[in-house]
Design a binder for this molecule. Structure first.
Ligand SMILES: Nc1nc2c(ncn2[C@@H]2O[C@H](COP(=O)(O)OP(=O)(O)OP(=O)(O)O)[C@@H](O)[C@H]2O)c(=O)[nH]1
Ligand SMILES: [Mg+2]
Length: 258
């Protein structure tokens, strides 16, 4: 694929639900880390804790207009009143980033500060300099780890990722990462599928099968700074999410030749 233009817009999508304790710090740290032109695009599902209001105030002070010729960074908000869900929020962000803002590199991450915002430039560089089409923040390669979760969650993640590697291939070691950067062209070809984290398994598997260049960048997953996990913390919460991950892996494996 052709080299990404140095002045091409990079957009980070932040899907939020009740992240009022994290969002200001996250956006400030992102804006300090990624060089312009850069857009932070928050997709909030009308969070009862008023996350959207905090972002609206920040966006008013740092607006971003696709028409402007000046190279700068900015913040934009989509507040969804009717729809809910992580995957559809990220997909909405992707559609806005491409169609409204003409972003060439799109990244996204959790907004609980478990994924270091300072690592976003490393994902972007993997595309700009490293020639990757998709860059994956990975806990399960050298230099990466997970100090956020307890033993049970780490063991379940290990099982799911090893099952995914066994059936879908070893181009990626963290199929459930959720810390991603990709060229817009890849995301124009592949739309996200699923409700929650299984979209990531599906995206990475399909990108690999389309022979897009994948590159993993290690990162250290740290504990959520404020607020509550949407996955939950007990075995039942993990098993109900894990069930969807396993069925996604099996379905992709069964459809490997189609
Ligand atoms: N817009 C939107 N964002 C969501 C929704 N559900 C979760 N999120 C966001 O998705 C990201 C992941 O949620 P987390 O609470 O960190 O859950 P998780 O990463 O699966 O679980 P942990 O490993 O415990 O952190 C966070 O930024 C959430 O605010 C939703 O329905 N809509
Ligand atoms: Mg999280």
């Amino acid at each position: 694929m052709s080299k990404v233009d140095d002045n091409a817009l990079v957009c980070t999508i932040l899907p939020t639900f009740n992240e009022s304790g994290n969002i200001t710090d996250l956006i400030e740290r992102l804006m300090a880390s990624v060089s312009p032109p850069y857009l932070v695009l928050v997709i909030d599902d009308d969070s009862p804790d008023g996350t959207w209001k905090i972002v609206a105030d920040m966006a008013a002070k740092a607006p971003y207009s696709p028409e402007e010729t000046e190279i700068k960074s900015g913040i934009a908000l989509v507040r969804r009143l009717q729809e809910k869900g992580l995957t559809s929020a990220i997909q909405r962000g992707i559609d806005e980033a491409i169609q409204t803002y003409n972003a060439q590199i799109i990244t996204w991450m959790d907004c609980d500060l478990s994924m270091p915002p300072e690592d976003v430039p490393k994902l972007v560089e993997a595309i700009r300099q490293g020639g990757a089409d998709v860059a994956v923040g990975s806990r399960w390669i050298d230099g990466g780890t997970d100090v956020a979760h307890g033993l049970m969650a780490r063991v379940l993640s290990w099982i799911i990722n090893n099952f995914a590697m066994l059936l879908l291939g070893r181009k990626v070691h963290d199929y459930t990462s959720g810390f991603i950067a990709a060229r817009a062209e890849v995301l124009e070809k592949i739309r996200l599928k699923g409700d929650y984290g299984e979209y990531c398994i599906d995206l990475l598997c399909r990108a690999g099968r389309l022979n897009y260049q994948m590159k993993e960048v290690p990162y250290v997953c740290v504990p959520r700074t404020s607020g509550e996990s949407k996955t939950g913390i007990n075995l039942w919460d993990y098993l109900s999410k894990g069930r969807k991950y396993v069925s996604t892996i099996v379905a992709l494996w069964l459809n490997r030749n189609s």
